[in-house]
Design a binder for this molecule. Structure first.
Ligand SMILES: Nc1ncnc2c1ncn2[C@@H]1O[C@H](COP(=O)(O)OP(=O)(O)O)[C@@H](O)[C@H]1O
Ligand SMILES: [Mg+2]
Length: 225
């Protein structure tokens, strides 16, 4: 049986949950409500790549200047500000999304960044807000985007917030090779974070919710806790 290539996620505890790392290339949906740690997870994934010489493209759909992002991130130990703007490129898609006449223009803007920067890792955070902007084109956009990242041989993480009543956005699960869900569940008067690998093509993986902790050290999983 041919072994599938894997890349390390940079999330302590996660690679061990899926036999050594994310299957590569692949598109992963990272789903969770607000404040569950999606952006932290994505940045840790990109800084891990930067550390081992893999370039990463971070697309945001919010118009937030990179300096702001860096200011919040700098509380984390895993962040090396020098890498930001070097191995990690921050691209604000909000202007493109506002001005584009259709999904083709959005896809072209994304692809031109991929062509020039040649990333091994890509993040779109959050991708789910595009639904309101692209409307009927959203599903076609997602499908084309997934095909594109496959052609360019990247490990891609897209983040999405589920609508009330469902644990993850279904339309994103369709295009994803893997689905990871982060929960922030009420336990009495407290909240407890956990993570579950719901699906991961090309590998066996741990099932069920595993405890998560976010601290200065970033996003950490404590399997079996
Ligand atoms: N330095 C830190 N130490 C501990 N927890 C932190 C730190 N920075 C952020 N957090 C936690 O992470 C949460 C934000 O995570 P974030 O990755 O922005 O979530 P999301 O992108 O899912 O909304 C904060 O609400 C806070 O609980
Ligand atoms: Mg976020």
């Amino acid at each position: 049986m041919a072994d599938i290539e894997r890349i390390p996620t940079g999330i302590p505890g996660l690679d061990e949950m899926m036999n050594g790392g994310l299957p590569y290339p692949s598109t992963i949906l990272l789903a969770g409500g607000t404040g569950t740690g999606k952006t932290t997870f994505c940045m840790q994934f990109l800084f891990k790549g930067a550390k081992i010489g893999e370039r990463g493209l971070y697309f945001t759909t919010f118009s937030e200047p990179p300096e702001w992002m860096l200011k919040f991130l700098s509380t984390y130990d895993f962040v090396d500000p020098k890498r930001f703007g070097q191995e990690i490129k921050y691209v604000d898609l909000s202007y493109t999304l506002e001005k584009a006449k259709g999904m083709e223009e959005v896809l072209e803007a994304i692809e031109s960044e991929i062509v020039t920067f040649k990333p091994k890792r890509i993040v779109i955070d959050p991708i789910s807000v595009m639904e309101g902007l692209l409307k009927d084109d959203y599903r076609r956009f997602l499908f084309r985007f997934a095909t594109m990242t496959k052609n360019w041989q990247t490990a891609t993480v897209v983040t999405g917030e589920a609508k009330p009543g469902s644990p993850y956005p279904l339309e994103l699960a369709y295009i994803a090779d893997g689905v990871i869900i982060i929960y922030n569940t009420e336990v009495g008067r407290l909240r407890r974070r956990s993570l579950e690998i719901l699906k991961m093509r090309g590998t066996s993986h741990t099932t069920g919710k595993q405890a998560v902790d976010i601290s200065e050290r970033g996003f950490i999983i404590h399997p079996g806790l």
